[in-house]
Design a protein around this ligand. Sequence first.
Ligand code: SF4
Length: 370
Amino acid sequence: MEVLKKFEEAAKDPRAILDRYLREGKDVVLVAPVYTPEEIVHSFGMVPMGAWGADTQLNGSKKYFPAFICSIVQSIVELGMNGAYDGVKALIVPSLCDSLKVLGENWKYAVPDIPFIPMTYPQNRKPEYALEYTKAGYRRVISDLEKISGKGFDENALKVSIEVYNEHNRLMRETAEELRRHPEITAEERSAIYKSATFLRKEEHSALLKELLQELQAATPGREKIRIVTTGILADSPSLLQILDENGLQIVADDIAAESRQYKTDCVLEGDALTSLARKFSARDNCSVLYDVKKSRVEAIVDLAKKTDAGGVLMILTKFCDPEEFDYPLIRKACEKAGLPIVEIEVDRQMENYEQASTIIESFREMMEL
Ligand code: SF4
């Protein structure tokens, strides 16, 4: 399908996308993981562009971080120091894990030319008083964006942006459902759809998704493969995805922070736009970086695997990611109790040797074939 190439091109070359937006005279703001209020950036007429790091050699950034910190935050700083983000107006970092909390502080010294905007969220996000706390965080972001853009905040523009993001969420969910019926779409192609969503303006990505949905609905599904569910923070390593494809595995659903977790929750517009956006954050659930004493995410993964008729769960664990490391033993236990094969592969942004991952995936496939 021709449209898949467009997702792949966008996923492979975010710098080309950034340069195009800059040539078009647009202001671009980087948004770090996991949940940044992109709608606010969009409402200023700026382009929110995902900054999830990249597979790159870490050099200069090492002097700002201890060795035992996740490579996502390290590679964001490395890319900033190397000029990969030159031309952007700011970087917004949410305070959702300890590594992200130090990212912003280090960024100020490592990349002084690109302003850092903190987005401070409450840990306990459900009570009514937490909404005020979240809104205070949004107001800080707004005030910094006003200074950078020279424009004032516009409540009606935010309402329009919220609708753009809700529409994109809906299309991403529809695409995930449709992809489930198409084993011929490779893990690499699937990943490019999600990865490109973080770089492209949502209007552009939605237009591509509509094209893809039409083509998928008209296509005859390919031969069945072994169905799996993936879970973790990131799953975009081309080498790992190739191993899944070589082993005839189809990702039928995911609980990946950079993939489906982004698109599960819509913003219900009720009352003022900022309160509605704060309610969207408080309504988010089932994610390792969101406080939850009941750890509902664990059973949600088992349910997702059952609902999608998956033969097993692949945990893609980002090295030194505390929130995911805390959840993994519980996920393993719940899968084992449900009779679901589960394996874990540890990844980072500097991984070169995938031999061990290949062996683990081969035995995972054999466990599911039994
Ligand atoms: S991978 Fe884990 S530790 Fe790193 S930024 Fe994401 S949630 Fe935080």
